[in-house]
Design a protein around this ligand. Sequence first.
Ligand code: AHM
Ligand code: MG
Length: 299
Amino acid sequence: MADADSASEEDTTVEAVFDAVAETAPAIRAALPGRRVESGAENPSGETALAADVYADELLAEALAAVDGVGSYVSEEREAAVDAGGAVDEDAYAVAVDPLDGSSNLRSNNAMGTVVGVYDAPLPTTGRDLVAAGYVLYGPITTMVVADADGVREEVIEGDGEGGVDRSVTEPDLTLPDDPVVYGFGGRVPDWPADFTAYAREIERELKLRYGGAMVGDVNQVLTYGGVFAYPALVDAPDGKLRLSFEANPIAYIVERAGGRASDGASPIRDVDPDGLHDRVPLYVGNAELIERLEAALA
Ligand code: AHM
Ligand code: MG
């Protein structure tokens, strides 16, 4: 799908993907109060899924697999890709989704999100094959941030989950502020490697801590105020916690399109070549200068 002739077709599919995500968001949100309990199942990363994770995955699978030009639906909640017509159309996109990112925040009623990456190749592949990425943030307001060939925009999404959805663009050209203000780092401090701890000690003297435990919420603060978010390599988990295809790559694409940088500690996230769909990777994103210092600290 890389040739110039198919450019408008690409745009139409990307647009249709985010139309489907926007239309699903109010229903996912409306379903949260009754789905704070465990589903009884584990996801492919070995974590206990909540009923809300499972339901969000089902709604998104149905909506995204129905989009013309989407060949496969790939989810953090599923072992394997769902064929959405990809077998008959080799030009189709693969859409990778973390249906409910940060869902452990549901019990304590804090922010969560949905993460979406649109890849121009079957997964697993690198983030260089992303043609667009976005996320929905279920905060006090439901917002959707979309990064594509045109740049990054923020929309507010309103709706009651029954079908009708109102969308309004609140920020047509989202870029990282030059002067960083906030930072948020995941994992327990005693589990951090010494070189990352030394970097964190510097950063905490310069910036203000903002950590909410949902990557989408924490990255959205970095995009809003400038700064750095990390879920670092841990001593006993050198690949960190976040998944490359569903979390790190889409967030890397968005932050880079907004003028920032995204690293695995040594190289751009989008250069990481995965072995499997559910591979994990350390993630460091934010203002370029802060990510360059991070890479120097870990070198
Ligand atoms: P999830 O997709 O299963 O919810 O896990 C990912 C989340 C991220 O949103 C967040 O950055 C991280 O897990 C927080 O982990 P912790 O609770 O260990 O700080
Ligand atoms: Mg997640």
